[in-house]
Design a protein around this ligand. Structure first.
Ligand SMILES: [Cu+2]
Length: 223
């Protein structure tokens, strides 16, 4: 009896089940690895967080190429940047952010992690959050690192995020905070002045547990 081969359909089903189980184990380990660590701007969403939030459960959907093309190119370039949306940081910068990050590479934190986040530097029609010119920005800290400070910059009026990856000189600082005790979220009031239209809000989160500095590009459209 044991020598009678299983019908082809059964064998296929068994192979599929094994493949699915393997994929599920991989997903669970990736997601649980992400869950306890680091953080990002979540409102407005950073490029890295927004692409994971919108497409993490549907990242192979080819309609992303039309509906959210900058996320599509990011997912195509390095899925690890998306699964690790909360790991966009550098270590040991000692507060010299401008020295550590070259112009044109602000959104990838100077191609940190061997360029894992390089797709964040590509200019284009990133999905942008509509915001009033005075709004509250939220950084989510899953790891409860705390913050020595948050610094918030906005691109100067006239800067075009559709065609240009920002330089430091394209930014104006609009907020700078003191320390935050470790918590799940940190908020800061932002006043973007008289700006209108599409802008990049750039955030530096200096974590307190060690010299770990996070850098986020957040696309907004001011009403
Ligand atoms: Cu961390």
């Amino acid at each position: 009896m044991a020598l009678i081969p299983a019908p082809a359909g059964t064998r296929l089903a068994r192979k599929t089940l094994i493949a699915l189980t393997g994929a599920l184990v991989l997903m669970v380990s990736l997601l649980s690895g992400v869950a306890g660590a680091h953080g990002s701007t979540t409102d407005p969403p950073s490029r890295n967080y927004g692409c994971w939030q919108r497409w993490g459960s549907d990242f192979q959907n080819p309609t992303m190429a039309q509906r959210d093309p900058m996320c599509w190119q990011a997912w195509q370039r390095d899925t690890n940047a998306m699964w690790n949306w909360n790991g966009l940081y550098r270590e040991g910068v000692a507060g010299n952010h401008q020295a550590a990050i070259p112009d044109g590479q602000l959104c990838s934190a100077g191609r940190t992690e061997n360029g894992r986040y390089a797709a964040m530097d590509v200019p284009g029609a990133w999905t942008a959050a509509t915001k009033p010119r005075q709004f509250t920005l939220t950084v989510t800290d899953q790891a409860k690192h705390g913050a020595d400070y948050l610094r918030v910059y906005v691109t100067k009026q006239g800067f075009n995020p559709l065609t240009t990856s920002p330089r430091w000189s394209d930014l104006e600082q609009v907020a700078s905070t003191g320390r935050y005790a470790p918590a799940g979220t940190y908020q800061v009031a932002v006043n973007a002045g008289s700006r209108t239209g599409r802008h990049i809000v750039y955030v530096i989160w200096q974590a307190s547990h060690s010299d770990q500095s996070y850098y986020f590009c957040n696309d907004v459209i001011f009403q």
